[in-house]
Ligand binder design. Structure first.
Ligand code: CO
Length: 221
């Protein structure tokens, strides 16, 4: 019976076999358009974008941007965080910037983000506490602006945006991005995906301005 814990027995469970059927159809569709499609994919990747987004199941990476396999190097975690003690996001940034030489780094948050919502509430969430504390730090940094917003929904949305902005700053703080910026064109973008409308919003973060502002403190060489 312990297997039930692993595979699940709820009537609403996703039909896993359907996924393999879908995959078969997808392969056939791709090959019908281009017989060399998978062969070409296997030769290597040369993406121009590093996309850092939330793990939320409603916020896809490729689909919402209308791009294809091979176009974006993708990292997703709860609330699209970039934390310098997180080996996972740091190695992804290193690989994308130093080896794949991406030209664009996108941090994409989304309205109605459960991670951001949880950080706005006083609750002990176990292992999520240290992760969400980084969002509470964003709140503290911007508390004058946020506390002025009376409408809870608007405050929640603004924290999503400010979290994206601060994670972009964290990207810029990395040695790899600073080095790449000196040597070639590389831009950091802050975006928000609005689940309610499906729209992608560019927060128009002024990359060069932020870079100038923080370099006095975070310059690494
Ligand atoms: Co989220």
């Amino acid at each position: 019976m312990s297997n039930n814990i692993i595979v699940g027995t709820k009537e609403t469970d996703m039909n896993i076999q359907k996924i393999f059927d879908n995959n078969k159809d997808w392969v056939a569709t791709k090959l019908a358009l281009d017989p060399n499609y998978f062969n070409d994919l296997s030769e290597g990747q040369n993406p121009e974008i590093l996309y850092i987004g939330c793990s939320d199941s409603r916020v896809t990476a490729e689909e919402l941007m209308g791009i294809n396999p091979g176009d974006a190097f993708v990292h997703r975690n709860i609330a699209n965080m970039v934390n310098n003690s997180d080996l996972s996001s740091m190695t992804v940034i290193d690989y994308a910037v130093t080896h794949l030489k991406v030209s664009h780094i996108v941090v994409c948050g989304h309205y109605y983000c459960g991670g951001v919502k949880a950080a706005m509430q006083s609750a002990d969430l176990g292992i999520l506490n240290p992760w969400l504390r980084n969002i509470r730090d964003v709140y503290r940094l911007h508390k004058d602006e946020l506390n002025k917003i009376e409408d809870e929904d608007s405050k929640y949305k603004r924290l999503v945006e400010l979290n994206v902005q601060e994670q972009c700053v964290n990207v810029i703080k990395t040695a790899q991005v600073q080095k790449a910026h000196r040597e070639r064109n590389i831009t950091v973008h802050g975006w928000v995906f609005d689940i309610k409308s499906g729209k992608l919003i560019d927060l128009q973060i002024d990359f060069d301005h932020i870079l100038k502002e923080i370099m006095e403190i975070y310059r690494l060489s």
